[in-house]
Ligand binder design. Structure first.
Ligand code: COA
Ligand code: AMP
Length: 279
């Protein structure tokens, strides 16, 4: 698809110089006004009212846009956070993330992955074999940006998510972000839980196993969280990967399948015969 008629609109809101929320859309020119209003409303809806809202409206020029199908989604029923993290590590291992690398990422997310011991402004990049962190700046991290759903794909995925009771806008937005990330050159999987103390859900995702959601990957009230992008060890080109994640425009034009909740053991068994899809 040619991007001639699309504009990237990005919103970030802060209070006392601290980031409180962000969202972005890719829309045709005749929807710029309505989208700007929607994103300002979104910024003001936060519990902690921002004292600054920054909007960027950027014509993305006539580049060719990458079109993707969203990852399939499933929720795994687990009984507590420990079981959720153990299961997440087992799922990650199927995609090639060594248990020690997954464990290191989880420890960092639980304690605050920035050098200050706080949350990062983006994601960690972690070698799936050695567990080594490779992002250029450990306070900033890497931020996936310039992605959105097409109208058709958004309506279709929302219908499926609503049917499963997943009505929180975060699920749809996180699924879009994870879809862009899973398709990045050199990334084999992602792990995420939010730093919002009221939002305990988290996920692991990859092209191999899709978007695997856990109702809780941390205990309620915890304000530490973040994302880890696990990368292949051999032949990984960090700069190419970061450029794709931060600069290249991606539109999700086809919905994946959102499945009813599943027992972890059954889901993990279904992965036995799958092989890593080449990008
Ligand atoms: N946390 C903390 N600070 C953030 C931030 C975040 N998540 N996102 C942006 N900022 C602040 C930082 O100070 C950043 O400077 P830095 O690059 O030195 O870290 C500054 O804003 C500019 O960030 P930038 O990404 O260049 O701004 P932007 O206006 O182009 O885009 C967002 C901002 C928030 C829209 C974009 O970064 C983003 O995260 N998009 C994805 C949103 C989304 O759908 N998330 C789904 C979550 S479920
Ligand atoms: P959130 O899903 O908004 O609760 O964000 C959880 C964590 O993910 C943040 O603390 C950041 O570390 C990280 N993060 C936020 N936005 C992005 C992004 N666009 N790309 C990668 N990581 C992000």
């Amino acid at each position: 698809m040619n991007s001639n008629n699309l504009t990237s609109i990005r919103m970030r809101a802060s209070f006392n110089e601290e980031h409180v929320s962000g969202a972005e859309r890719l829309v045709p020119k005749d929807r710029i006004d309505a989208t700007v209003s929607e994103l300002i409303r979104r910024a003001q809806n936060r519990v902690s009212c921002p004292d600054r809202i920054i909007l960027t409206i950027e014509d993305i020029g006539s580049v060719v846009i990458k079109q993707l199908r969203s990852l399939d989604l499933v929720t795994l029923n687990v009984s507590d956070v420990e079981e959720a993290r153990r299961t997440a590590a087992r799922v990650l291992e199927r995609a090639g993330v060594l248990p020690a690398a997954a464990e290191r990422a989880m420890k960092l997310l639980a304690t605050g992955p920035a050098p200050s011991g706080r949350n990062m402004r983006g994601a960690m990049m972690i070698d799936a074999l050695t567990g080594e962190r490779t992002e250029p700046d450990q306070a900033r991290g890497i931020r996936a940006s310039r992605f959105d759903w097409s109208d058709h794909a958004q309506a279709a995925v929302e219908q499926q998510l609503t049917g499963l009771g997943l009505t929180h806008f975060r699920t749809r937005e996180a699924l879009a972000l994870a879809t862009k990330v899973a398709n990045a050159p050199g990334i084999i999987a992602e792990l995420c839980w939010s730093d919002d103390p009221d939002y305990t859900a988290g996920y692991v995702s990859s092209l191999l196993f899709g978007y695997v959601r856990f109702p809780f990957l941390k205990k309620g009230g915890m304000d530490r969280g973040g994302r880890a992008f696990f990368t292949q060890h051999e032949g990984f080109d960090r700069e190419v990967c970061i450029r794709y994640l931060e600069q290249e425009t991606v539109l999700i034009t086809e919905p994946g399948t959102c499945r009813p909740p599943c027992i972890p053991e059954i889901f993990i068994n279904t992965l036995a015969n799958r092989s890593v899809v080449s990008k």
